[in-house]
Design a protein around this ligand. Structure first.
Ligand code: ADP
Ligand code: MG
Length: 319
């Protein structure tokens, strides 16, 4: 087993009375994409900034590549790339000059840097905008510039804090693909987001945060298997045109059925985990003489996981 890329033990960060990070522990394996998923205010940015030593904290141990992280650990910091939540670029510099300026913090050789800057520009697909200044860029392009500035020096660990907020769908998918490619070429990634679909699509492991704590962690399928919700089956009822109590009761009695909600013509059946829930529900309907049109079955979402643990919904729209 190789060394974990990042270990956080019992991190506590207070802002006055408010406990923004409340005993957080994380273990990020080398080569993985760890998603920190949580609603706004759950402490993701605070945790990231503590890991990077941009904030002091009240308690906790942080190690990166096996070494204690500190504000002056420059050799470690050089191996980390940061894409902050707020876009931070120089307004008076062009796209190319901006990336070069950030890269120069870590790489002094100009020739080598020229190569790296070019690679980063191609990576985020900003070639056509290389001579533009930031104020001429759309929100999505600015985000891509922000990413290029963070990754040009080819860091082994890349930390991205909500890089897709307020980004158009095209830039969003370019950003997600880019992160996958960075990971494929060897980088370990920590990715924070409050978009559960994104995290599920991208991350090898997910740490769900709420109120400064990790409330659950694992792969998306492990997280979904932790809860009592299995699939959600939706059936369009064709006949009879109104289901009666007899038909609804037949569905309720099928194994693993937790709730049945009927709003003509749609019947929604929530099940607990089971190997043949769909077949059982359809059989119960057929026996009760119900014929069906469109049928879908959805696995539980990370929102179901969040909901079941916290009693609240994890909002998935843009902040
Ligand atoms: P997230 O990144 O998950 O949205 P943050 O880490 O930004 O969460 O915030 C966690 C909590 O700490 C929130 O309640 C937020 O209001 C609070 N907070 C963040 N930064 C500060 C600050 N500089 N001073 C006081 N409170 C803060
Ligand atoms: Mg944040």
């Amino acid at each position: 087993m190789s060394e974990p890329a990042v270990v956080v033990e019992n991190l506590v960060k207070r802002y006055g009375e408010l406990v923004a990070v409340d005993g957080l522990s994380l273990n990020v394996a080398s080569g993985e994409i760890l998603g920190l998923l949580g609603p706004n205010g759950s402490g993701k940015t605070t945790a990231i900034n503590c890991i990077l030593q941009l904030l002091t904290y009240n308690r906790g141990e942080i190690r990166v590549f096996g070494e204690p992280m500190s504000a002056t650990a420059y050799e470690l910091k050089r191996r980390i790339g940061v894409v902050p939540q707020e876009v931070a670029v120089f307004e008076e510099l062009t796209v190319q000059e901006n990336i070069d300026a950030f890269c120069a913090l870590y790489v002094s050789d100009r020739t080598h840097r020229r190569e790296l800057v070019q690679e980063a520009i191609e990576f985020v697909d900003l070639g056509r905008f290389a001579k533009f200044r930031p104020k001429k860029l759309s929100g999505g392009l600015l985000r891509r510039l922000n990413i290029a500035c963070g990754i040009a020096h080819r860091p082994e660990l890349i930390i991205l804090d909500e890089p897709t907020v307020a980004v158009d769908p095209q830039s969003r998918s370019a950003i997600l693909d880019g992160i996958k490619r960075l990971n494929a070429r060897g980088a370990t990634v920590i990715y924070t987001s409050h978009y559960m679909e994104e995290v599920e699509q991208l991350c090898t492991r997910i740490s769900i945060m709420d109120r400064g704590k990790q409330i659950a962690g694992g792969t998306a399928s492990e997280l979904k298997a932790m809860i009592g919700t299995g699939e959600r089956i939706r059936v369009e009822v064709v006949s009879p045109t109104e289901l009666g109590e007899r038909e609804l009761e037949a569905v309720r009695r099928a194994e693993h059925v937790r709730t049945v909600v009927y709003e003509a013509p749609e019947l929604v059946v929530e099940c607990s985990p089971g190997a043949h829930n769909l077949a059982d529900v359809l059989e119960a309907l057929a026996r009760a003489g119900v014929s069906c049109g469109r049928i879908t079955s959805e696995p539980p979402t990370l929102n179901d996981v969040f909901l079941e643990i916290t009693g609240r919904a994890l909002r998935d729209e843009a902040a």
